[in-house]
Structure formats: C-alpha cells, structure tokens
Ligand binder design. Sequence first.
Ligand SMILES: Nc1nc2c(ncn2[C@@H]2O[C@H](COP(=O)(O)OP(=O)(O)OP(=O)(O)O)[C@@H](O)[C@H]2O)c(=O)[nH]1
Ligand SMILES: [Mg+2]
Length: 470
Amino acid sequence: MVLTTLADGLARGIDSATSTISETFFEPTLRLGVTGLSRAGKTVFITSLVANLMDRARMPGLVAQSEGRILTAFLQPQPDDTIPRFDYETHLAALTAREPRWPDSTRAVSELRLSLKVRPQGLLSGLQGPRTLHLDIIDYPGEWLLDLGLMEKSYAQWSEHMLDRMTRRPDPGGFLPMATTEAAEAKLDEPVAQRLAKAYTEAQNAARRDGFSDCGPGRFLLPGDLAGSPVLTFAPLPPVSASRGSLYREFERRFDAYKSRVVKPFFQDHFARLDRQIVLVDALGAIHAGPRAVEDLRRTLADILTAFRPGASSFLTQLVLGRRIDRILFAATKADHLHHTQHARLTAVMEALTRDARDRARFAGADTQALSLAALRATTEEVIAHEGRDLPCVRGTLLDTGKRAAFYPGELPEDPAHLLSPAREGASEWLGQDYSIMSFAPAPLTLKPGEGPPHIRLDRAAQFLIGDRL
Ligand SMILES: Nc1nc2c(ncn2[C@@H]2O[C@H](COP(=O)(O)OP(=O)(O)OP(=O)(O)O)[C@@H](O)[C@H]2O)c(=O)[nH]1
Ligand SMILES: [Mg+2]
C-alpha cells in the first residue's frame, strides 16, 4: 500500500507543517490542489478562478460574495520559495488580449497565493474585524498523481499491467514486438535500453493523443528536467529469470529509483500538504474519442483516487498535524461545448465515471461532488431548426479556421450507463450516436468594472472548494 512505503520520508512533511503553524494560528491558509491530465483545463481554470475571485460580479453562487462579506482579494508572494509561481498575469493576458488565445501548455507544478479579506459571519461579525484567508493554489499534472499507483506495484506487476494495456493501443515505434523479442536476461546494453525506452515513450504519447488516459509513468509524458536521465530510461518487459547486470534487473532497479526519487518526493512535498482538491476531467474529449477512451478514463480516475483512500487519510492526519484532504471536486471541463440543456447529463456521466472512487473517498471522511463547468465560456447558445427538429447548438469561433460557426455536438444519453456500459464491455465505437467536438477559440471580451471573465458554474465550484472557510 502506498502509505506504508512512503511513511519513512514523512518527517520532512512535519517540518514544513510546523513552520506554518504560527501563521495558521492567526491567518488561516487553505491549500487547494488543481489537477487533471494534460489539456484538461487546469491553467484556464486557475486563471479564471483567480480573476473571478478578484472581480466577483459573476460569482453569485459563492455565498460569502452574495452576502457581501468578501471585502477584497489580492495576490501575495507564495509561501514556498522553491516552487515556480503560477504565471497568472501571462495566462490572463493571453485570454483577455484583443485577439484572445488559449494559454500555453504548462508542464510542471506551480503555485499562487490569493488572499481574501472577509467579514466574519453571524453573531461575531459585529465584534470582530475582517479576517484574512490565504488561498494557496497548487497546479500539478494529473499524470504525477497517477504515478502514486506505482508505489504499490513491483516492476513485474507494473510491466504486466502496462503490456496488457498496450496490446489494444497504437504502437508507432514498434515497442511491443521489441519488448517481446529483446533478450531481457542478457547483459544490459545502454543503446538497447534507450531504444526500448524511446519506443515505449512514443507509444505512451500516441495513446495519449488518441484519447487514452492510463499512460505513464507521468514523467515519461512530461519529463521536464529529467529528460534523458536513467530514471526515465526503462520500459516494461515480460517476466524472465535474470541475474544482476541484465537488462531486466537494471530496468527493475530504475523503476524502483523512479518511485523513490520522483514519486515519493512529489507526495511529500506537494500532495500530502493539500487541504482541498479539484480534479478536472475532459470528459467530453474522451466521449468524442470513443468507448475505449471512456473506459480508460474511468479506470484512470479510479487509479488516481487510490491516492485519496480511507487508510491514507487517517494515517496522514497523524503524521502531518491535521492536514488532510477533506473535499474533492470532480469537474467535467469545457461544458460550454454543450447547450445548457445537456449539462445535467454531462454531470451524470461525470458522477458515474467517478462513482467507485467517490464512494471510497466519502468513506474516508472527504466530501466529494461532481459538476460540469466551463472556466472560460467561449460560446453562445442557440437553437437551430434542422430537418424538422430543433437542435440545441452552441456558436463560437473555430480555432483552426477563425470562422464563426454553430455546432451540434450530439445528444448525451439521459442514463450515463448507455455510455459507460458499452465502454466497459469493450465496444470500439458508439452505436447509433455520434459525438463530435470542435475546438473553439476564446471569445473577445469586453468586461465591465468588477466583472471577471465569463464562465459556467465556476462560482459553484468555488463555493464547494472554499465557501465554508470564508
Ligand atoms: N471552450 C473551452 N475550452 C477550454 C476551456 N478550458 C480549457 N479549454 C481548452 O482546453 C485547452 C487546454 O486548457 P489548459 O487550461 O491549458 O489545460 P491544462 O490542463 O493546463 O493543460 P496542460 O498545461 O497542457 O497540462 C485550452 O487550450 C482550450 O482549448 C473552457 O472553459 N472552455
Ligand atoms: Mg496547464
């Protein structure tokens, strides 16, 4: 299990918790983790959330705001000196430019502190002055969270799991034939190791592009400054009996090094210190990619959620002085691709996708919720008559051509099982229904004073994630 193997290193977590304790006493902090697989919408979400918390006219669903108790919100230097700052200004500038652009892809962890000055609620409000809540937002790749699942696997188990998954996926570099013919018991030859790792990484990236979610290890997709290092130069191999110095044993050693040098530090330095978590999911993207991608997403979400398991939380509570993730929000992003009449169905799909995982988290004392949102609304809605039917459409500017177009994405089923069951049963395409998806450019904005960028249900997400602490 993840946590027993991680326990030895947790002393550092305690250090960092005590260093913030005096601060916690007077000015509470809330650490919000924002994660999701690449392109899920993390950067846009954080940028729009911060902009909408600073200018709150579009945030009626945030109760403290509707009660007029949020006095100001402002950015401050973050508490962690070694984590890159979330580049809020650059991302906002891209989204609000005269010709708006989506922000560039981000590949690593980053952090931003937003401080909210709030008038207390209820009886005490007359007696106390305003208080400050520091909201530390931590953006990290979901691929890294997925890696926590590696902690409980041996190299042989991981190899078996990955090789099995890969038989049903694209393999452009020919990894599978190479892995099954290479003599794994032979003495390690570095060029061979590199060829295998390269073909394996290529297959993971190709699978990811095809809409599969369970690809990894995380740093193979997002290597950052580890690119080319031995800790990323391994790949799964079929079992053999091999002696020391063999390709197999060396890959096994590197896999273990990946766990102890890459996965564990992430857990201690970032994950173990979060209070709240939002998991952003491009569910529409997966539905568009087909039943296999949906099933893969469902399994991946279940895997991701092993990190929030019951035992996990209570064990952590003792070790990191009361810090524990107590609220998790699963949000389907980019809901502005659908007419609002379909949003409830998208939420139902999201709920069904995360059911197993959410049941576990609830058991652990964490509150969970699923919703669909658009952090930045890029479309408007309209109903178009087509062959005697009224089709609820969305209209926006297409990213590739720059033309404005109305678009009907297909109708999600009322019962999410109609999507998830064929997916579970291994169907290769949807029967009798087409789900298409367009890439829209962000719409040019003219914001009135006090208004943040337009969104869908960002205020509801904020209420669930931080509302009770305001
Ligand atoms: N229509 C619409 N598209 C969105 C929205 N949020 C994100 N997108 C699209 O999704 C893409 C990825 O969004 P990002 O916020 O960059 O996603 P990310 O998770 O930070 O991606 P990485 O940094 O690559 O991991 C954007 O370029 C947009 O095309 C939204 O609210 N509405
Ligand atoms: Mg990003």
